[in-house]
Design a binder for this molecule. Structure first.
Ligand code: PHE
Length: 368
């Protein structure tokens, strides 16, 4: 018995000293394993006389219980120490500032389109869209440019092969302007109409001020008794809001578009400041000039007929303006091609923060 007691003492000390779960398991096997000293001691009970056994059995069981308890306690100590160590090493401090991630910007074309949508929404215009792959009926014929019309040749159109003609035998093409959305809106919703239609257009043309793809925004109003005065007021109101200047002066020049009659080319007065053209002021004043900005006119009655409306009841005006050009004039870029290079340095410089949402109350020109 004294032997067993000193073995127990040694075992309890070894258990207390075990630094890892593996070391502890070794101690468990040495005491309670098949050949462990406690298991062997229990086996000796069989050879004892009943009297001896009555004495020895409770004593060995007590030693066994004491060692098993010590093992269990030490095991849970080691396990919680291990868990704490893992929690400490995997700790994340959520109060630290976020890492400096690359941040994207809103492209000036998107920003200007949002500005225009905001300005025209305030005037009661909805935003309409149409397909970039158009048919020649919507892009030309319904806009009063039949197959032999010379204006078709001026559009430098990207055509699809004739094998791609639509079910009605119309030639497919990349739209050369946003004006086909005029036709689609009239056909789809009838009259009255007040829409703007921003989007991509395509012409086979390329230099510092022309790219094969660029952006236009179309405006269309159809109602009863619409005349040139409504057009002029609308353009003036829009350009003053867009350029955020009260002194925007327009000059309307007679022009020609097959789909408007009369047609009006609109020039805006500018001033030369530090060698740069700045919009504003009377173009005829000294040091000033006129810049051609957009095409517009009273919707040709033939176009209203093509779209299925009665031109004796419905009249309208329309305009089309280059969005990229508006962006260049407002934000001072001078090469259109850079708009579509995707150079992050250009985008960082000319792009806008997503937080700079144009609103009429906060201003439609918040610069990044
Ligand atoms: N569609 C014409 C263009 O691309 C612009 C325009 C639109 C002119 C509407 C008059 C009316 O040049």
């Amino acid at each position: 018995m004294t032997d067993l007691n000193s073995q127990k003492q040694a075992a309890l000390e070894a258990i207390a000293a075990a630094g890892t779960l593996d070391a502890l398991e070794e101690q468990r096997l040495a005491a309670l394993g098949k050949k462990g000293w406690i298991s062997l001691a229990l086996k000796t009970l069989g050879q004892m006389s009943p009297e001896e056994r009555q004495q020895a059995a409770p004593a060995i069981q007590a030693i066994r219980a004491e060692v098993a308890d010590a093992l269990a306690t030490k095991k849970s100590d080691l396990e919680s120490a291990e868990l704490n160590a893992r929690l400490a090493s995997e700790r994340l401090d959520l109060t630290l500032p976020g890492p400096d991630m690359p941040r994207g910007t809103v492209h000036p074309v998107s920003q200007v389109m949002d500005e225009l949508a905001e300005i025209f929404a305030d005037l009661g215009f909805a935003v309409a869209t149409g397909p970039e792959i158009e048919d020649d009926w919507h892009n030309f014929t319904a806009l009063n440019m039949d197959e032999s019309h010379p204006a078709r040749a001026m559009h430098d159109t990207f055509y699809f092969p004739e094998s791609d003609n639509d079910a009605d035998g119309n030639r497919m093409l990349l739209r050369t302007h946003t004006s086909p959305v005029q036709i689609r809106s009239m056909v789809a919703q009838g009259a009255p109409i007040r829409i703007i239609a921003p989007g991509r257009v395509y012409r086979s043309d390329s230099d510092a001020t022309h790219t094969p793809m660029f952006h236009q925004i179309e405006g269309l109003v159809i109602d009863r008794g619409i005349h040139l005065g409504h057009l002029k007021w609308t353009l003036e109101t829009f350009l003053k809001a867009f350029f955020e200047r009260e002194d925007i002066v327009l000059r309307l020049r007679p022009s020609y578009f097959p789909f408007t009659e009369p047609s009006v080319e609109v020039d805006v007065g500018f001033e030369v400041v530090d060698g740069k053209r700045v919009l504003g002021g009377d173009g005829d004043a000294p040091g000033h000039g006129w810049m051609e900005l957009l095409g517009s006119g009273v919707v040709n009655r033939r176009v209203i007929e093509f779209a299925g409306l009665d031109p004796d009841e419905w009249q309208g005006f329309a305009f089309g303006v280059g969005v990229d050009r508006l962006a260049m004039l407002k934000y001072g870029m001078d090469d259109l091609r850079a708009f579509f290079d995707g150079d992050v340095r250009w985008l960082q410089h000319y792009g806008f923060s997503p937080f700079d949402q144009p609103t009429l109350s906060a201003g439609v020109g918040a610069k990044a």
